[in-house]
Design a protein around this ligand. Structure first.
Ligand code: PLP
Length: 453
């Protein structure tokens, strides 16, 4: 591929790639996407790929959804843009906030709009710093999250993220604390039961609160299932152990549902799948089914009352983005919520889940798959050199990258994350497409495991 006019070379010449394995691109060139249909994307060479990651977890209603496009078009024809400053806001934003509170687990609350999940987490932290400093309270500033968590890329949300790669930026900033990742299979000690592991996670939180001082901690933020950490569901009873500890110390529990909400885990919200009640929810991605950049902080009744009072005390809440509550984004979101929560889509998710689990369990029987894990329509297969000892392949083999590349060669997009391969297919998948996904993945696994054995 030395033709300087090729799409691949042109991409290389003037575009940066984010979160991309550069040796893979040097080797193979980028995939330049021009169109999509259903769960498939099509590249500049006319090749189709089944996208088993729904884009980035978000394009759950497919790549050519006409109803969503029509909702966008209708809004572009009516009020194509507006803001939410100075006491003005679009009718679409008003309606979307009502809808979000209606479909949230909260009895009441309020919504603030951003352009992304990262900014929603940033906004949440600024809200917490603001309200903890109000009403004569000490300004609690520390935020507790977990190692391996992913909360975004802005300076604050990257500090919440518990990934070692952020050290190249000198992050996390002070006051962002990370607990152990509640992944029993990897983090459990020899002879430790899952219940003992969960209890240890709780004790670690207790110890951290005691060490730091409860009155310095603004919130605990967690994804119900860690997504970009490698699809890691919490150990059994995790949130039931964590929540009472937080309640005892008056520390809000925030559910980052950017991936889990709505539908991905088989419930509307991940917190419902795991039976806990957060004080606020962070939403994005499925919110607009990937058709518009948008995030939302959904505050439950208590935090929303406190933020309202703190704002009234200084006569405003000094925060917002130019495109907060963009009417086209809101119109798309209203349609996306209606569709994702329809009997048709919920029924398809419920129908797909057992087949998805069976497919994952079948592939997990391979001798180089250490475990499969997941919830609902999100799952990961972790590659290991030795199944009994859970020994990973040496890093220089880049096994998960190789599997993902072999999948691409077969016309399947799936994501390498650490030593795992991650699947999070669209909610509109058919049985045939699900079978295609697993057949192609299996062929890729067999090819790569034969090479590295
Ligand atoms: N929170 C979670 C759980 C996410 O998975 C992501 C993105 O993948 C984010 C936050 C950040 O969202 P964005 O990429 O829209 O900034």
């Amino acid at each position: 591929e030395t033709n300087p006019n090729s799409w691949e070379a042109r991409a290389d010449a003037h575009s940066f790639y984010g979160f991309t394995d550069l040796p893979t691109i040097a080797d193979r060139g980028a995939t330049i996407v021009t169109s999509g249909h259903g769960p498939y994307i099509t590249d500049v060479h006319g090749r189709d790929y089944l996208d088993a990651n729904s884009g980035l977890w978000n394009m759950v209603l497919g790549f050519d959804n006409k109803e969503l496009a029509e909702a966008a078009k209708a809004q572009y024809d009516t009020l194509p843009g507006y803001h939410a400053f100075f006491g003005r806001m679009s009718d679409q934003a008003v309606m979307l906030s009502e809808k979000l509170i209606e479909v949230s687990p909260f009895s009441d609350g309020k919504v603030f709009y951003t352009n992304s999940g990262s900014e929603a987490n940033d906004t949440l932290v600024k809200m917490l710093w603001f309200l903890w400093g109000a009403e004569g309270q000490p300004q609690r500033r520390k935020i507790i999250t977990r190692k391996n968590a992913y909360h975004g890329v802005t300076a604050v949300s990257a500090s919440m993220t518990g990934k070692p790669y952020n050290s190249v930026f000198g992050l996390p900033m002070d006051g962002f604390l990370h607990l152990t990742c509640p992944h029993y299979w990897r983090e459990g000690k020899d002879g430790e039961s899952e219940a003992e592991f969960t209890a240890r996670m709780g004790q670690e939180l207790e110890d951290m609160i005691a060490r730091e001082g409860a009155d310095t901690i603004a919130a605990f933020v967690a994804e119900p299932v860690m997504g970009a950490g490698g699809v890691i569901p919490p150990s059994e009873g995790y949130f039931q152990t964590i929540q009472p500890i937080l309640q005892k110390h008056g520390i809000p529990l925030i559910s980052d549902e950017v991936i889990c909400g709505f539908g991905r885990t088989g419930s509307d919200w991940g917190c419902q799948s795991y039976g806990f009640m957060p004080d606020a929810i962070i939403s994005s991605k499925v919110l607009t089914a990937g058709l518009f950049p948008m995030g939302a902080v959904i505050l439950g009744p208590e935090l929303s009352d406190r933020l309202t009072r703190a704002s009234e005390a200084i006569e405003e809440f000094p925060h917002g983005f130019t495109a907060s509550g963009h009417p086209v984004g809101c119109a798309i979101a209203l349609k996306a919520i209606e569709m994702v929560m329809s009997d048709e889509i919920k029924g398809n998710i419920a129908r797909l889940i057992p087949q998805f689990e069976a497919g994952m369990a079948r592939l997990a029987e391979k001798k180089n798959i250490g475990e499969w894990r997941g919830r609902g329509l999100m799952g990961a297969l972790e590659a290991v050199q030795d199944k009994a000892t859970k020994t990973p392949f040496p890093g220089n083999l880049s096994v998960s990258e190789r599997i993902a590349n072999a999948c691409t060669d077969q016309g399947l997009i799936c994501r390498p994350l650490g030593q795992s391969i991650v699947l999070a297919p669209p909610f509109i998948l058919t049985d045939e497409q699900l079978a295609e996904m697993f057949d192609k993945l299996e062929a890729a696994l067999d090819k790569v495991f034969a090479e590295v054995a």
